[in-house]
Design a binder for this molecule. Structure first.
Ligand code: THU
Length: 131
């Protein structure tokens, strides 16, 4: 499947604008492309009880699962100096749900980007095969 990254990042940017991040002011947008071509958005959702914060990536991935699809690519947008890499918790969920060679690209609004694969984000991962 060829991936329309322009479209996927436009969706991630839409999600970023909906971030609820009054505490950190660090708005994150994510867009997951599913196997049927649909795009699923996620943003970070913070809470006054800080530890309950939900990350954008995991929100988007959960929505793909709810819709009964399989994730094939992930785009992340943060307005920061360097492209923001996914946090450790999100890497574990990315490892679980995306194919190992699935592209994960993180980008600033100015287009500076870093590209990973799901497998590269979490070497020696604990996963379904370990159970
Ligand atoms: N955040 C994400 O949404 N994704 C990440 O991978 C890194 C961190 C959010 C959580 C919190 O709302 C804010 O960014 C600052 O940590």
């Amino acid at each position: 499947m060829s991936i329309d990254w322009k479209q996927l990042f436009a969706a991630a940017e839409t999600a970023r604008k909906r971030a609820y991040a009054p505490y950190s002011k660090f708005a994150v947008g994510a867009a997951v492309l599913a196997d049927d071509g649909t795009i699923h958005l996620g943003c970070n959702v913070e809470n006054a009880s800080y530890g309950l914060t939900l990350c954008a990536e995991r929100n988007a991935l959960a929505r793909v699962v709810v819709d009964g699809k399989k994730p094939v690519a992930l785009a992340i947008v943060v307005d920061s100096r360097r492209p923001t890499p996914p946090c450790g918790a999100c890497r574990q969920v990315i490892y679980e749900l995306l194919p190992p060679d699935a592209p994960v690209i993180t980008r600033t609004p100015r287009g500076k980007q870093t590209k990973y694969t799901a497998a590269k984000l979490l070497p020696d991962a604990f996963g379904p095969r370990d159970l």
